[in-house]
Design a protein around this ligand. Structure first.
Ligand code: AHG
Ligand code: MN
Ligand code: MN
Length: 329
């Protein structure tokens, strides 16, 4: 039976919060808690590197491209190393799916969890001191421990996530996560080096007046999206687009709003990646009372055929997502 939610005061340390809520998880054995702590610790290391990015030679491209043909930034690669190292040492994860590696990494241990991660989201904003993030999804492995990792463990639907979250390296650093029992946000207290509860039980307003989309691509949007953007303008909505999905999503989560990355002529299947960008945020959005679809179906029900699969994304306040997808209005 599900343990009832324990009310936590603002300022509760992340470690204590995770420990106190461990009983909510049906396989409560401490490993998921440890995994979340490993991710939080790695994020503090990445945060340190992000913060001093202007001072040392870690900005700019490394000269290579990742699996989806995008230029890798030094911090992308560094963040991937930091998270991979923390997860490898931790031992709770048996495989890692990352934006920065072509295939998944089999950690060849007895870990029960599979992680999908975008180690650094919003790469184009690194060099210009604008908010960036990390996105992660956690799944249970399907095959028995001791047997080889297979596609059954890797290509799970978003509905099978047991936890998901993001870290936002913004004007303050925040970790926001869910284990399927609501959404909670923690702010890094820099002098203590601790994440403390700052945003308990986050909910997204049902409706909003902020829309986030790369409007420079408007000529290539599907008709329904063009129509919706016109609706936003006709109603004097506010346009806000940072270009870091995590940061745009976070603002809309707090204030109400919609983020859209539709299919375009350049990217007919959408640009964003299902497994390590969209699924985690879709889980968070739904847990906060919002919605996330590809225009037709819930993101969380899409069965991936490939770990770098892309999808169109409509995410945020429920009413806005419905209208943008032509379900209402
Ligand atoms: P990443 O840096 O991990 O490759 O992700 C970039 C993504 C996302 O964060 C952002 O919202 C989107 O790309 C921006 O794309 P456009 O520049 O095409 O608008
Ligand atoms: Mn990304
Ligand atoms: Mn990335």
């Amino acid at each position: 039976m599900e343990q009832s939610r324990i009310a936590h005061p603002i300022g509760t340390a992340l470690d204590r919060f995770i420990k106190n809520n461990q009983g909510q998880f049906q396989y409560a054995s401490g490993e998921l808690s440890q995994l979340l702590r490993d991710l939080a610790l790695a994020s503090k290391v990445v945060n340190r590197e992000v913060n001093k990015a202007g001072l040392i030679d870690i900005m700019g491209p490394v000269g290579s491209t990742n699996t989806t043909g995008e230029q890798q930034q030094k911090l992308d690669v560094l963040a991937n190393i930091r998270f991979t190292r923390a997860l490898t040492k931790g031992g709770e994860a048996c495989a890692i799916i990352s934006e920065e590696t072509e295939s998944y990494t089999d950690l060849q241990n007895d870990g029960k969890y599979v992680i999908a991660i975008d180690p650094l989201d919003g790469s184009s904003n690194i060099d210009v001191n604008v908010s960036i993030g990390t996105i992660f999804s956690i799944y249970r492995r399907k095959t028995p421990i001791g047997s080889p990792i297979t596609d059954e463990d890797i290509l799970q639907t978003g509905e099978e996530q047991v936890a998901a979250g993001y870290i936002l390296y913004g004007s303050s650093t925040m970790l926001v996560y869910t284990t399927g029992h609501g959404v909670n946000g923690f702010t890094l207290e820099p002098t203590l080096g601790e994440y403390v509860l700052s945003h308990p039980d986050m909910t997204i307003p049902e409706d909003g007046t902020t829309y986030s989309i790369n409007e420079g691509m408007a000529n290539h949007f599907p008709e329904q999206v063009k129509k919706y953007i016109q609706y936003c303008k006709d109603n004097n909505y506010r346009a806000r687009y940072i270009g870091s999905l995590v940061a745009d999503f976070h603002r809309n989560l707090l204030k109400g709003g919609i983020y859209i990355y539709p299919s375009t002529k350049k990217d007919p299947g959408g640009k964003l990646r299902l497994m390590y960008e969209c699924n985690a945020l879709a889980f968070l959005a739904e847990q906060a009372g919002g919605a996330a679809t590809d225009g037709q179906q819930r993101i969380l029900t899409i069965r991936p055929a490939d770990l770098h699969q892309r999808t169109p994304l409509f995410i945020g306040s429920k009413r806005m997502v419905e209208r943008a997808c032509g379900v209402s209005g």
